[in-house]
Design a protein around this ligand. Structure first.
Ligand code: ARE
Length: 587
């Protein structure tokens, strides 16, 4: 046993409260190194004859990545407290692993050896809104979705879709256009919309806010926005807005005041200014997003700034009943601000969804006191590397996904935001070298995986485009120019996802991978529902044999509704199967 690889910490993804009564405990060991693991556990205050009393239960292997195996157990300690250690077995040895190190035999003279989950306090349980698990998001970049009111067109608006977008082009997308197209979204089956920023700002993307309390006039006014939210709600669609609180825009009044009045501005502490007078060249002498002078970083530690932004956050919930906030550049804003943000927004709408934009490991924001989820780009990159770019083979992909899954607690994974692309990444069809079948496979994976999936507008009808600004082309509305076959594929996946809880939040297990054929098979299970997905990410047909007997099972191809009678099937190149497995009822 490689002791150096054995790891546990009584916090975060390794020990957490899943709900008010249930603790989840995980352990990591070197891959294929340990045969069995048992949890040794007890209440810290139960002793007999001077010996601490503990029980023993087997842990399950919940997956493996490139280097490690992960072991899992769920338990409900009667008094909500736990001391615990691990008993590990390989062919020759038994080893006890505790917080104080390794022992041959479990010590009983003191509980101080053991890991400690002191108390499961209700208020500390990670508590994201449950509706998120049932939501399929659709991301809209408002400038490019639909132009419903040409009277609002900003100067120099180009004819819709006439040319590829540049960083400065305008096409006049607006709220009226979105309202007119809601039925299209209902037909697709989504039930949440994430809007990139809508507040007053000069650019086409609106990440450079002038006024956080005003709608940008190119999109409409507050009344139209209210109508939009109401129309969405009537159709069962939730609405999430983009909060750009890391920085303001250059034309934000307080920043303009600092530009004008320099050190004597009453707003000088609203920003992070290194010296006066302000200069933008060669790089700004004040903190910004990246080195973009138009985006001065806000000082969220300043009580006035904090109050101002919290007022913004609560205003749009209170007055317009929005359902979620996506937080731009969330990782560069201080944690304390986000803690207060959470308290402020949840106080007026307890089930509002808080989604941070963080591209890397985000555990420190996901402990229950800040965000409900992050945009899970490690998931995105795993999928792109395997399906689109072919940078990794099936086993490496499986390792990545299992790693991503074990990076966070299960209740965090259940509401994680799983996107394939966004306004910040090249279009998925473009990344797939315009091979549509690969895009279909990616969608199949995304929409059969747990969490809250999001579709970037137009990906479902085959929009193309490279990096920003090319990934922000105008939505295509002429049906004959839309890829309706791709649309139907996504539509079917969404409707299956709605129908089967196993797809929405079932446990994920890799059944097999094969690097020669480059296919992966995995199972999603929830209660008595079991769905097997086989994705052939290879250029040859795949002969695939169901790895269990059909004698006592009914296996239905969810795509055709046909029952399988043969154990072996041929899956076309870049094809897939989604199979519902049911025990054949004894007549
Ligand atoms: C503009 C041009 C770009 C040009 C850029 C250079 O359009 O072509 O490359 O300027 O300065 C908004 C607009 C962008 C605009 C930008 C600056 O949407 O079009 O770009 O403002 O004016 C990192 C951050 C992450 C951020 C991305 C873009 O961590 O927070 O970079 N995403 C948000 C929004 C953006 C928005 C802003 C932030 C600013 O979603 O749309 O940009 O408000 C790695 C790293 C990530 C990195 C990621 C992408 O994986 O781990 O940290 O994200 O790459 O670069």
């Amino acid at each position: 046993m490689l002791k150096e690889a054995i790891y546990h910490r009584p916090k975060d993804a390794f020990a957490y409260a899943y709900d008010e009564r249930t603790l989840h405990i995980r352990l990591r060991t070197k891959k294929d190194d340990v045969d069995a693991v048992f949890l040794l556990f007890g209440d810290p205050y139960v002793w007999e004859d001077g010996a601490w009393q503990f029980d023993k239960q087997p842990m399950q292997k919940s997956g493996c990545d490139a280097l490690f195996d992960y072991w899992f157990i769920a338990m409900q300690p009667p008094y909500r407290r736990l001391r615990y250690g691990f008993e590990l077995h390989d062919e020759e040895n038994v080893l006890v692993y505790t917080e104080k190190g390794f022992y041959d035999k479990a010590p009983t003279d003191d509980t101080a050896y053991y890991f400690c989950f002191p108390f499961l306090n209700r208020i500390d349980v990670f508590d994201a809104p449950s509706w998120v698990k049932d939501t399929v998001w659709y991301q809209i970049f408002p400038e490019r979705f639909a132009n419903g009111n040409p009277k609002l067109n900003p100067p120099h608006t180009l004819p819709w879709g006439s040319v590829d977008p540049t960083t400065t082009s305008f096409f006049g997308g607006d709220f009226e256009g979105i309202i007119e197209r809601l039925d299209y979204l209902v037909e697709l089956g989504i039930n949440g919309i994430y809007f990139t920023p809508i507040f007053k700002a000069p650019s086409n993307h609106k990440y450079d806010t002038i006024d956080y309390f005003e709608i940008d006039p190119q999109f409409g006014d507050k009344q139209t926005f209210k109508r939009l939210v109401e129309a969405c709600h009537e159709k069962g669609i939730r609405v999430m807005l983009d909060a750009v609180f890391n920085h303001s825009g250059y034309y934000f009044a307080p920043f303009q005041d600092v530009l004008k009045n320099g050190e004597s501005s009453r707003y000088k502490d609203w920003f992070h200014i290194r010296h006066f007078p302000l200069q933008t060249e060669p790089i700004p002498n004040y903190d910004t997003f990246a080195f973009v002078p138009e985006m001065p970083k806000l000082n969220t530690e300043n009580p006035e700034v904090k109050q101002y932004l919290l007022d913004v956050a609560t205003y749009w919930i209170r007055e317009f009943d929005i359902d979620g906030w996506r937080l731009d550049v969330a990782n560069e804003v201080d944690h304390q601000f986000w803690r207060e943000f959470r308290q402020a927004v949840k106080a007026i709408k307890p089930d509002v969804y808080i989604l941070g934009e963080i591209w890397h490991d985000a555990m420190p924001w996901l402990r229950g006191d800040q965000f409900d989820a992050v945009m899970n780009y490690p998931f995105t990159n795993g999928a792109l590397n395997y399906f689109a770019k072919g940078h990794v083979c099936a086993s490496e992909f499986a390792n990545t996904i299992v790693h991503v899954w074990h990076n966070y607690p299960q209740n965090v994974n259940e509401v994680a935001f799983h996107l394939l692309g966004s306004h910040d990444t090249p279009r998925i069809l473009t990344q797939c070298d315009e091979q549509k079948e690969k895009v279909k496979l990616m969608f199949t994976f995304q929409l059969s995986f747990s969490g809250s999936p999001c579709i970037y507008y137009g990906d479902e009808i085959g929009l193309t485009g490279g990096q920003d600004p090319l990934c922000r082309k105008c939505m295509v509305w002429e049906k004959e120019k839309q890829d309706r076959d791709l649309f139907a594929h996504v539509q079917t996946l969404i409707s299956l996802r709605k129908q089967y809880r196993a797809l929405r939040f079932g446990e994920f297990h890799v059944l097999e991978t094969n690097d020669e054929t480059n296919h992966i098979a995995y199972v999603k299970t929830y209660d008595d529902e079991t769905i097997v997905c086989v994705l052939n990410n290879g250029e040859a047909p795949l002969e695939w044999t169901v790895p269990f007997s059909l004698a006592d099972k009914t296996v239905t191809n969810l795509w055709t509704n046909e029952q399988m009678t043969e154990q072996t099937m041929t899956i076309e190149p870049y094809g897939f199967r989604m199979l519902l497995v049911q025990a054949t009822s004894a007549e």
